[in-house]
Structures are given as C-alpha cells and as structure tokens.
Design a protein around this ligand. Sequence first.
Ligand code: BDR
Ligand code: CA
Length: 318
Amino acid sequence: TIPVYLDCDTGIDDSLALLYLLHSPEIRLLGIGAVHGNIDAETAARNTLDLLALAGADVPVAIGARDPRAGGYAGGAPHVHGVDGIGGVALPPSGRAAVAESAAEMLVRLAAEHPGELEVLAVGPLTNLAAALDLDPDLPTKVRRVVVMGGAARTSGNVSAVSEANIHNDPEAAALVVAAPWPIVLVPLDVTMAHRFTEADQAALAASADPAARAVGAMLDQYFTFYQGVYGVRGCALHDPLAAALLVGGITATHAPAVPVVVDDTHGPGRGQTLVDLRHQRSGETDVPGAHVRVVLDIDPPLAPHLRERLLARYGPS
Ligand code: BDR
Ligand code: CA
C-alpha cells in the first residue's frame, strides 16, 4: 500500500476526497495537514478531525499555515463552501485535538520515515508544501510523487480569468512547489470541471447506513447551490476527489504529458495563473525532456460512478 500525506483546506470536495481515501485499500493515510483556503486552517483541521471520527478513522491531523506566504488570509470561500467550510453540516464533535507538530513538520518527518515511498496529495493552497521545502530542501529527493489539485491549462480560472482557487490563494507557494524538482502530477480545472456529482449521487449518499457518507451528502446542498450558478443545474465539480482517485489509481490519466509549468506570482492580471506550455502537443510529441510536471488533460473512466461506489462502501470492519 502507498503511504500518503494529505494536505487540505476542508472544504466540501476535500471532505469527499478524504472519505474516498479512507475507503481506498490501495493507500494508507499516515497524516493530514490543514491549510488556510476554503476556510481558516483551524476550522479546516476541526472539520477534518470530526469527519475522520465520524468515519471511524484515526489519522493524525496537523494545523499548518494560517496565511499565505505573502500574508493576509483571504477569508475563505463562504459562498462556495459555507461559513464553516462544510455547508453548515454539524458534525458530531469528536473531542479530538490536532497534533503539536506543524503540517510542514509532519510532511518532512513522514518523508524521512518513508524515503522514496511517500506520496503527497495536496488539494488546498500549497503553503504547507512550500514551508516543508523551507524546512528540508532535500525533500524532493525523498518524496515519490506530489499530486496537486490546482491550476488551469487550456481553460479559464475559477477565481480570476486565469487563476484557479488553490493557486490563487498562494501563488508564491505554488511557484516554489511547482519549481521544486519532485515528480508532480497537476490536476487542473480542465479535467475537474468535467466530472460532476448530481442529485442522484447525493440521494444515494443520503440513503447510506454510513453516517460519514450521509454527512458529506448533506454538505453537497451548499456546493450544489453554488454550482447551480455555474452549470445551471444542481450538481458539483469533483475537484479534490479527482486528484485523490488519480493518486490511488482508481482512475487513470489517459493524457498527461510532462511539460514545462510555471506559476505567475507577479501582481498583474495574470497573478495565480499556471502557464502550461502545450506548444509541443501540436506536433504530436508528448513529454518534454526534463519536464517534471505532468498535467492531466484526460482521464478514464468517468470519476463519478467510481467515487459513488467507494463512498457507499462501509469503511473498515463492520
Ligand atoms: C479547489 O478550490 C477549492 O475551493 C476546492 O476545495 C478545490 O480544492 C478548486 O478550485
Ligand atoms: Ca480543496
């Protein structure tokens, strides 16, 4: 099984991704770092701890960066994820506390304990990963792979014309993480916007005997309302679960060329853009020699049925 460190800003689709990971026997979740983003870092950790407890899982959670590298927490995304990050769904208080180490310290420690094996899944702003690179500049040689939900290659952003939320919320961190020489799989809006949950999926979760599945199903009300404005129908994009499923191998990237990627961390209108160099694709080439970032442009099979199936399987021995 693959040892995994998850970094997240929990978050409704983060919650879906977390539950999916808990139902995935291919991996073992060793630690979770919370980061500012959809919600403040403390609340992200609280949401994560309470959802873990409801799912019957015990994974250490570390609080990470409260602000982006340049400072100034943006205040979350209450219009997308609700004022509590999880659509106003009251999870039973677990009474569990975050661990004393920071998220960056946890990542550095886990990489040292599992050299060449640890895989990192980052589904929030990349502030904790950048802080871990500060703590251990050799980290890229110890981590097997970093899967990042973020960016937009050929499509528009979702916060500005060109920037996606996770990159937008800390472009300085994203620029460092993308430049570091570890194998990165970037899962951009190009693919995540094309994979959705519908009201039928929500109804299936609501009917589950699993309280954690019911809770994430209830969170979808808020997310669906937001996405109704984007798609015109009730449903939602499956951003973070798609990155999780690619890490787990539950679905496969069918077109994911290794190409040069840089992040715009200037203060102009392009701030937060992922500049993905796809020029070579026109001539039928795929990978660009030396490029260490694979950008997922197509997947197979569709995510939603796979995700639904896993979320409806009960976690752990009954
Ligand atoms: C990303 O931003 C957050 O709102 C979601 O949780 C996801 O990680 C999508 O742009
Ligand atoms: Ca997220």
